[in-house]
Every structure is written in C-alpha cells, then in structure tokens.
Design a protein around this ligand. Structure first.
Ligand SMILES: [Fe+2]
Length: 182
C-alpha cells in the first residue's frame, strides 16, 4: 500500500509517460485520444490534491498558505489550457502549441511538488497520516470530475456542489472507515 506522496508521484510518472506517447503519436486521431486521457488524469489528480492534500499543506507546512495558493494558481492555468484543448481539432496548429505549454506547465508543477513541497510534507506529517491520506486520494480519484473547469480557481464548481469545502473529504473518510454504513 502506497502512501499519499508515493501515489501522487506515481501519477506524475504516468502523466510524463503519456506526454512521451503524445510526442511519439503518428496521427491526429492518436493525439486526440492521448490528450483526452491526459486531461482526465490531470483533472483527477489536481482535484484529489486540492481536496485532500492542500488543506494539510496549509496547516502543516511553514508558508503553506502561499505554497497552496501558488499551486492552485498553476492548476487553474493548466485547466484553462486543457479546456481549450478539449474542444480543439488536433489538426489545428494551435493544438500542438497549447500541448507544448501544458507539458511545460505540468513539468514545472511536478518538479516543484517533488523537490520542494513533498519533502517538507513528509517531514511534518506522520507515516500513518500519509497512509490514510493515500486511501483518501485513491477514493477521491474515483469520484471527482474528469473535465477541466478553469473559471473559478478559488471556488471550483465541484467544491460549490459539495460545500462546505471539506465535506467531501469527510464523506470519503467516513466511507473508508465504514462509519455511517451500519
Ligand atoms: Fe501533482
């Protein structure tokens, strides 16, 4: 069983693998299919991070608020790019330009998280808590949206649906612990 950091880093490797597949894709149809998968994976990953992990970063890491604001800002920039890519013909030259921007943005996000944020997170959060968060992230990834919604970075529609903001995470925790099911 992987802890939350191992899981998120595994997601990062998967996305990097998909970027390579995109760069090697021979036809516009192949590119379209790979980009659709990239979008699904990235939106799920970002949602799970925002719902389950960023609140812990805020409360556990020095300067956590600033780190989280910065990461959310990066997520919403990426979501804007993905929103444009979702509706774009892969034959459009702009498609490759936007994908180039998306790949650069995500590679920076990955490097920041893995080099700066996650090491601090691992130092300040107990192994038990990291394991528990891992289970939460896995459960969240099954139910969060798979389409980008870039318009309101501070108040994503998904959060609004489930307001107050932490309710979803609480619900997932209850689900995992079996609380409220008997
Ligand atoms: Fe990430």
């Amino acid at each position: 069983m992987a802890d939350v950091i191992e899981l998120l880093e595994h997601d990062h490797r998967e996305v990097e693998q998909m970027f390579t597949e995109y760069e090697q894709a021979a036809t516009p149809e192949d590119k379209r299919a790979i980009v659709d998968n990239i979008i699904i994976e990235l939106v799920r990953h970002s949602e799970a991070e925002e719902q389950a992990v960023y609140p812990m970063i805020r409360s556990h890491i020095d300067n956590g608020d600033a780190i989280v604001e910065h990461e959310i800002d990066e997520h919403s920039q990426a979501e804007r790019l993905m929103k444009s890519l979702e509706g774009m013909d892969p034959n459009n030259p702009e498609f490759g330009v936007l994908m180039g921007q998306l790949m650069t943005a995500i590679k920076e996000h990955v490097a920041e998280e893995e080099n700066v944020v996650f090491p601090q997170f691992r130092q300040t959060v107990s192994p038990e808590e990291l394991d528990k968060l891992g289970k939460t992230v896995q459960a969240l990834k099954k139910i969060v949206p798979t389409h980008p919604h870039p318009m309101a970075p501070d108040h994503p529609p998904f959060n609004a649906l489930l307001a107050p903001g932490t309710a979803l995470v609480d619900r997932v925790r209850d689900l995992l612990s079996g609380r409220g099911t008997s």
